[in-house]
Design a protein around this ligand. Sequence first.
Ligand SMILES: O=C(O)CCC(=O)C(=O)O
Length: 301
Amino acid sequence: MFTRLFKPSRLCFSTMVNRNISVALLQLNVGRDRAINLKNAVSKIAEAKNGGAELVALSECFNSPYGVKFFEEYAENIPDGPSCTLLSKAAKEHGIYIVGGTIPERDNSKLYNTCTVWNPNGELIAKYRKMHLFDIDIPGGITFKESESLTAGSSLVTFNVDNVKFGIGVCYDMRFEELAKLYRQQNCDVLIYPGAFNMTTGPLHWELLQRSRAVDNQVFVCAISPARAEKGYIAWGHSQVTNPWGKVLAKAGYNEEILYCDLNFQECNEVRQQIPVFPQRRIDIYDTVLTNNPNVEKSAQ
Ligand SMILES: O=C(O)CCC(=O)C(=O)O
C-alpha cells in the first residue's frame, strides 16, 4: 500500500512549459442559415488573427442551430464538408490553430457532435466526438435529449501547440471530472470545451464547473459559447478562460464578442509545485471507491 502511495506519479515529471499562448474565443451569433454562420466565422477568425491570436476557438454547433431536430439536416462529412473546408482554408491563410467548435458530423448512418482542430498548414490534427450526450430533464427548465439523434464518441483526443498539450471536451462533457482527470494524466495543460449552456443551467453551473475542472486538475480551462439568441435555443453566453488556480482570467458578456486571453504556462508549474495535490493523492484508497462500485450506481438511480 505504501509503495503505491508514495510512488511519484508521472504527473510530477510533466514537461515544464515556459511559454505563453494567445487565444481568442469567438462567441458568435448563430442562426438558421449555414452560409451566413460560416461567413461570420471566417470574418471573425481573420479579426482575431489581426488581434494577435495564435489559436482561435469556436463554440458548439457554430455552423447550425443547436437542437435535436437540426442535427440530421445540418450534418456534414469530416473533413470533406463545407465547414471543414472553410476552417482548413482559414487556418492556412492566417497561419493559426483553429479549434473548430463542433459541427453535426455524419459518418455512414450515424451522427456525432464533433470538434475538429486545424494547424497553421490547414491540416486536420484532431477530431473529437462528444462523449457524454446531453440528456437532461428539468421540469419548468430544460429538457434535451441528444441521444435521440446522436451517437456518443468513446475516445479522448488531445493535440499539441508546440509543446503545450490540449485535451478536448464538448459542453456537457465538462460535468464529468473523470474525463478531465484522464486528460491531466496525459499531461494536458489546457482543457478546451466548445459549449452551449442554456438559461437554466448556465447561471448555476457554467462558471462553477470550469473553475472546478481547472482547480482540480491544475490546468487552464477555455469554454466557448455562442452568443445569446432571441429565439430557439437560447445559449447562456459568457465564454470564459480560467487559470490553473481556478481564477477567471477573462469572461465574455452574452452578445457577440471576441474574448482574448494570454495563457502563461508558468502558472501551471507554480500551482503544481506550491499545492502538490497530484503526488499527494491517496490512490490506494480511491481505486476501491471509484472502480465500478455497484452500490454507487444503485444509489445514484
Ligand atoms: O450541462 C449542461 O447543463 C448543458 C450542456 C449542454 O448544453 C450541451 O451539452 O450542449
